[in-house]
Write a protein that binds this ligand. Structure first.
Ligand code: FAD
Length: 270
């Protein structure tokens, strides 16, 4: 059943059959759509794809970013990476649109400061409502025609909040609204919660054949945590599977040795 889902899953299923333990370190999945009108057109990016394309020096995306106005949706560290990378790649303007207030942003304060140093304009209480198209150009070099959003702010009387619609002259729109959770794991026989694999402190999942670590178990931390998880799971695999097996083999060898001894004695004519 698993094998039918995707070729990658087939490999995992085969692994579990042929191996005593499988370590899952698939990270978090892509950033899903947010239901924004017009988000399916070229010129609208998943933050991770955008960063990867820029860092790998992809010509089409560099062409799209140079001199462009880039609107980034989100309030975490990934959104900061996008605005700083875009600015370094020659974007003329970058905005960060966040639906709540600055205190609620999950980005570290020093990361936000870095974004500001790169000229980013922070728009809080801003909810994107529509990407304007049709896109100009095609594929990964395409640009959109703007981003409509609603902005909530205090009323003139200083109380409550009122909404106003506005349009940003954005050429590119980037979603940095959080990864979904590894797409693979719900189809394996292990417990997950909101797409995050449930493990104990040694990386043991709910199925004794599977161990896991890194972002797919934490929901997203840093490289150092993923490395630590891999080491812990390796220790657990040795303790849970290899040592008991070595002990059993040793025990069996001992028994065989005794029998050999017996027969040697017998051969010795005692
Ligand atoms: C934009 C951004 C910036 C970051 N910056 C930093 C930073 O500066 N410093 C820092 O320490 N951390 C940073 N992090 C966090 C860091 O990248 C992660 O914590 C770390 O990479 C997690 O490691 P991992 O091995 O769990 O997952 P990943 O590094 O995501 O690796 C998972 C791998 O599994 C592969 N994979 C997925 N599904 C399958 C499958 N079905 N079969 C086979 N392979 C599969 C993926 O292609 C990927 O190669 C950043 C994260 C983001 C999103």
């Amino acid at each position: 059943m698993i094998a039918a889902a995707t070729p990658r899953l087939a490999k995992f299923a085969v692994s579990a059959e042929r191996h005593d333990a499988v370590f899952i370190g698939v990270g978090m999945g892509a950033i899903p759509g947010i239901g924004l009108a017009g988000e399916d057109q070229p010129g609208v990016w998943d933050a991770l794809e955008f960063i990867a394309a820029l860092k790998s020096g992809e010509a089409a995306v560099q062409q799209a970013v140079a001199g462009a106005a880039v609107a980034v949706i989100g309030g975490g560290n990934t959104s900061i990476d996008v605005v700083t990378q875009a600015a370094r790649a020659g974007a003329a303007k970058t905005w960060l649109l966040y639906r709540r207030g600055p205190k609620e942003m999950s980005a570290y304060a020093h990361e936000l400061e870095l974004a500001r140093q790169h000229g980013t304009e922070l728009l809080c209480y801003a909810t994107p409502t529509r990407v304007l198209g049709p896109a100009l150009g095609s594929g990964r070099a395409a640009r959109v025609r703007g981003l409509e959003y609603s902005h909530r702010g205090p009323t003139a009387q200083g109380s409550g909040a009122e909404s106003a619609a506005a349009v940003l002259a954005a050429d590119l729109v980037v979603r940095a609204t959080g990864q979904k959770g590894a797409g693979l794991t719900p189809q394996l026989p292990i417990k997950t919660q909101n797409g995050v694999v449930q493990v104990d402190q040694w990386g043991r999942t709910s199925d004794p054949r599977y161990y896991a670590g890194g972002d797919c178990t934490s929901g997203g931390q840093e490289v150092v945590h993923a490395v630590r998880d891999g080491k812990r799971a390796a220790v657990a695999i040795v303790r849970d599977i290899l040592l008991p097996r070595a002990g059993a083999a040793h025990h069996q060898q001992g028994e065989t040795g005794e029998r050999t001894g017996d027969s040697a004695d017998a051969r010795g004519g005692r």
